[in-house]
Design a protein around this ligand. Structure first.
Ligand code: DQA
Length: 143
């Protein structure tokens, strides 16, 4: 079975409480539960992790090699700043899909640039938590 790691970055543990007008009212647990069910339907094994720490996200990306076939990553604000996460993505063979709940291109100037997207196979942004569902469906098509 194709193994997918869903990696949520900083502040995404606050979903449900955090700026619901931008990020919606679902909690991260609710989203992960739904994604695991969708994974079952698409015959993908789905593991979801969250960290607020840049180094932990980097280690998760390194350790995905050999253990996962794809990573779906929402690096949160590190999207716009972290050359280290970008380099981690570039350093592994595992293809990464970048995901955002909000449309980062329609918000503040500083969010419009993603330093991580150029080393990902693609970016899905702006569909709320459904952005993650779209990424799983893309993986199903890519297999
Ligand atoms: C986000 C967008 C980022 O700009 C922001 O810092 C986040 C969430 C999103 O999913 O829309 O933490 O990655």
């Amino acid at each position: 079975m194709t193994r997918v790691l869903i990696l949520h970055g900083p502040n995404l543990n606050r979903l449900g409480k955090r700026e619901p007008e931008i990020y919606g009212s679902e909690t991260l647990d609710e989203i992960n539960q739904r994604l695991r069910k969708l994974g079952d339907r698409l015959t993908l094994s789905v593991v979801a992790k969250q960290s607020n720490y840049e180094g932990e996200l980097i280690t998760e990306i390194h350790e995905a090699e050999g253990n996962f076939d794809y990573i779906i990553c929402n690096p949160g604000a590190y999207t716009h700043t972290s050359y280290a996460i970008r380099d981690a993505i570039a350093s592994v063979e595992v293809p990464v899909i970048e995901v955002h709940l909000s449309n980062i291109h329609a918000r503040e100037e500083f969010r419009k640039q993603s330093v991580t997207a150029p080393v990902c196979i693609g970016q899905i942004s702006g569909f709320g938590s459904y952005s993650y569902d779209l990424a799983l469906q893309a993986i199903r098509e890519l297999i």
